[in-house]
Design a protein around this ligand. Sequence first.
Ligand code: AMP
Ligand code: MG
Length: 444
Amino acid sequence: MSSSADTPRPSVLPIGEARRLVLEQTRRLDVKEVPALSALGCVLAGPVSAAWDQPGFDASAMDGYAVRSEDTTPATSSQPVTLLVRGVARAGAASRARVRPGTSVRIMTGAPLPPGADAVIEQEAVQRSDAAVEIRGPVEPGRNVRPRGSDMKAGTHLVADSEIVTPAVIALAAAAGRERLSIYRKPRITILVTGDELASAGSRPRHGRVRDLNTPLAAAFLKDLGLEPAALIKVRDSEATLVRHLRAASRSSDIVIATGGVSVGDFDYLPRALAQLQAKILFSGVAQKPGKPLTVARLGPALLFGLPGNPVAVFVGLYEYVRPSILKMMGRPATDLSLPLAWARLSKPLEIKPGRAHFLRVSLDQDADGYVATVLPGQESYQVSNLVWTDALAVLDGETSRIDEGEVVPVHLMPWFEGGCVLGARPRVQSQVPFAPRARPEKV
Ligand code: AMP
Ligand code: MG
């Protein structure tokens, strides 16, 4: 038997310290080699260099005629030079014919330049008759030729270590002759959602029940990072059941995201379950709103994030704490782990309860002086209706209780702001915000 009294509860941490502890406990995962296409969305564990020159040969950039430029020097429109056409060079099939003085070779875009030729005249510029072409002006050496190695030389570094594998990287890898790429393994993540009140998906909740938002939220969050949860588990509020699932999840996962039941309520079993499993608690409690009871623990080889169940606490916990940890595991450098930081002027004065940091959902507009942040109405952690308008989280340190209109605050940009997610963001205009503007300071 264990009770919440056994569970170590270090004092509530400042947000920066909590984040530091999370990252200190997060290690890059192992490196593996995979077929290049399977590396999409992963982080490169080594640079990609060109194995050979590209183009690998001097090639024609046009459909036309390969010539010796010196043959064309005397050509004018009144006294054209006539060259015999000897053979055809097409892409993928080199012409063996040598271009000798007074001759040319019919050539297609991408075909290797035949020996002897040093330029290509585009077909639009010549007069073709049977077995010869008339050329009405000098063709300078190198015209319409893509020289060997003019895109990349063997050994050139094309993509640096730690870059994300995008479609562009995959194309370059192919150009570099790489069929497989070395990447950091993606984390295996279990989502474990607790709560007796959770109605099953699709059913109409009975009185007192709520729809489960955290499972779809956490699963979509992962999917947006190119990850699939290893398991999605819904657990009743029962200590024994929670212990059983946590034990199994800790053995098969790099990260366990648990939601609900982390606080001090009678049916909050996570602290007791963690104590039973002898988890190493990094912290349980952060001086922040929303999500004060946030708990992070080492559970065997897995890192466990215990996010308080209110969906906005989950939202903030995922983007502010879980995301940096996932990105570090996936091999991203320390500078790229957080949501991008920007600065914005507040559109209205604001009053907050001091003493802890506030993550406020804001919409952003831009004017000549930069971003303007509007604190969205409905900042309680159960109020999800404004999430779709959330361009950024304004981060207030909680040291001052009143922030004036026009004061500049740090904001963390959400990945979907300004086209950061796969399908791009939709254009935003202020008038779309479906709430009346406020005159008085918003109290949060
Ligand atoms: P808890 O952290 O378990 O005390 O839950 C805090 C609040 O979040 C309660 O109002 C729960 O009903 C609600 N909640 C917990 N889990 C979920 C979930 N998966 N989806 C929606 N609301 C939830
Ligand atoms: Mg609960």
